[in-house]
Write a new protein. Structure first.
Length: 481
């Protein structure tokens, strides 16, 4: 799939796919957490249980082998006289020695199996720790039998016969596993004509899974609740976002339609007013002249309001196109155009103060200059001073570039400062001047889209200063470019 294919995916579908993917990753992590916790708890419980059983089993067979009475089976088959006979055969006739070993081993295994009392031993052990043999599986195996004629060197009997060890003496073979070892015992002697035995007890608590689940149930419940909350929050948020998106689309379509319908009659009114002014120049009727002037001013005001509504309805953060531009040059050009608008208003003074010659930074030219114009025109419009002054300062600190727009008006009351950037908000004095309450909202959206910050300050003398804080990027001069 190419890059263009990805770019053709609708934004809401892409967001839904991304959110779904993140949710499944979260579920996978939660599963890993619970699974790891389960295995850790299972090992801890099993190990504690096995340690107790190992201790009790050791006490039950003290000075014995495999189970109480198992010692007698080995002593009867491998007594000193028998071992001396085997030594003679080992030295003189290996064939007869091999046959004798095979018979002895077979006899020992048959006797151990027949005489086993491991069920009663395990029942007593499990009862002492509040367990039941029906819910606990075990196996006891004989792993090795060896004999020694000198008390130093032992001969493994399994290599001299066809009996394969380890072999299960009692219990169930399915519990024979390295993970289920309870006790592994090796017994031998340094005395001449002795024997050695190795045997292993395996055990598994068949009801352990339920015990482990009970222990981790609080974690499982908390995880389930968190997952449910996240899923619910995601669903509600996504639905609200879709509703808000549809509402915004309807609002923008409505504004676009309304403004288009307004533009046509406004243009007609403007043309008609210009014709009336030209045709009534020769008249000396003051009342007619004043009425035409009122129509002209109000039609211009309506035209400005419609333009502002169009600008806000068309504002879309996804359409921001940032370029690496000279901020100083763009501000100067924008102010030059704005000064021409007020060239016949001698009481309006727009100043630009900066010590920076060139400063290149990434931003959207149209959105930034439109926001600056909105701030300047607000400083002029909401200003009752005889001589209206708006000053634009551009200065830099160690980490930021500061763009400050200040005026000599009455200022914004402190209680209204946190609301002035809201859509359609107009302060008490702002309502007297008219407007839609969209100018500062546009400024706020532009700043948020660029990930900048803004501050409002009341000046010590008079008026308001709005500061736009722009984090620095790599600075380049024209020569370097």
């Amino acid at each position: 799939m190419t890059k263009n294919s990805f770019s053709n995916i609708p934004r809401d579908i892409a967001l839904r796919l991304l959110a779904t993917l993140c949710f499944f990753i979260l579920l996978l992590l939660q599963y890993k957490l619970i699974s790891s916790s389960y295995h850790i708890e299972s090992r801890e419980i099993a190990q504690k249980e096995k340690n107790v059983i190992k201790h009790l089993y050791g006490e039950a067979i003290i000075n014995d082998k495999l189970y109480p009475g198992g010692q007698n089976v080995f002593d009867n088959s491998l007594n000193k006289e028998r071992l001396m006979d085997l030594e003679h055969l080992y030295k003189t006739n290996r064939l007869m020695f091999n046959d004798s070993i095979r018979l002895i081993t077979k006899h020992i295994l048959e006797e151990l199996t027949a005489a086993s009392n491991m069920d009663s031993v395990m029942s007593a052990i499990l009862k002492s720790i509040h367990l039941d043999l029906e819910k606990y599986g075990y196996a006891i195996t004989l792993d090795e039998i060896s004999i020694s004629f000198d008390g130093k060197n032992y001969i493994d009997l399994t290599i001299w016969n066809d009996v394969l060890l380890p072999i299960c003496i009692d219990g169930n073979e399915r519990y024979i596993s390295p993970n289920e070892v309870v006790s592994n015992i090796s017994v031998s002697s340094y005395m001449p004509y002795s024997y050695g035995v190795k045997f292993t007890l395996y055990g598994l608590n068949l009801s352990q899974n339920f015990a482990v689940f009970k222990k981790i149930f609080p974690l499982f419940l908390l995880t389930a609740i968190c997952t449910f909350i996240i899923l619910t929050t995601y669903t509600l948020t996504f639905r609200r976002w879709q509703k808000q998106k549809k509402l915004n689309e309807v609002t923008q379509d409505f504004l676009s339609s309304i403004t288009h319908e307004f533009k046509t009659p406004i243009s007609s009114i403007s043309v008609s007013v210009k014709n009336l002014i030209r045709e009534t120049k020769s008249y000396n009727n003051t009342h007619v002249t004043q009425s035409i002037a009122v129509i002209e001013r109000q039609s211009k005001r309506i035209d400005q309001l419609v333009d502002q509504a169009i600008g806000i309805s068309m504002f879309d953060p996804s359409n921001v196109r940032k370029e690496h531009r000279n901020l100083v040059e763009d501000i100067e050009n924008s102010l030059h155009d704005l000064r021409l608008k007020y060239i016949h208003h001698s009481h309006v003074d727009i100043k630009f103060e900066t010590d920076i010659k060139d400063f290149f930074i990434s931003y959207d030219f149209f959105y930034l200059t439109t926001a600056i114009n909105n701030l300047i025109e607000n400083g002029i419009k909401h200003n009752n001073s005889t001589d209206k002054e708006v000053t634009i300062r551009l200065r830099e600190t160690k980490a930021n570039v500061l763009l400050e727009i200040s005026d000599n008006g009455e200022g914004i009351p402190r209680e209204e400062q946190q609301h002035v950037f809201h859509k359609f908000y107009q302060g008490r004095k702002g309502k007297e001047k008219g407007g839609l309450g969209l100018g500062l909202y546009y400024v706020d959206q532009m700043i948020k889209t660029h990930q900048w910050k803004q501050e409002i300050h009341l000046r010590d003398t008079r008026g308001t200063e709005i500061r736009i804080i722009i984090p620095k990027t790599i600075r380049k001069t024209k020569d370097e470019r």
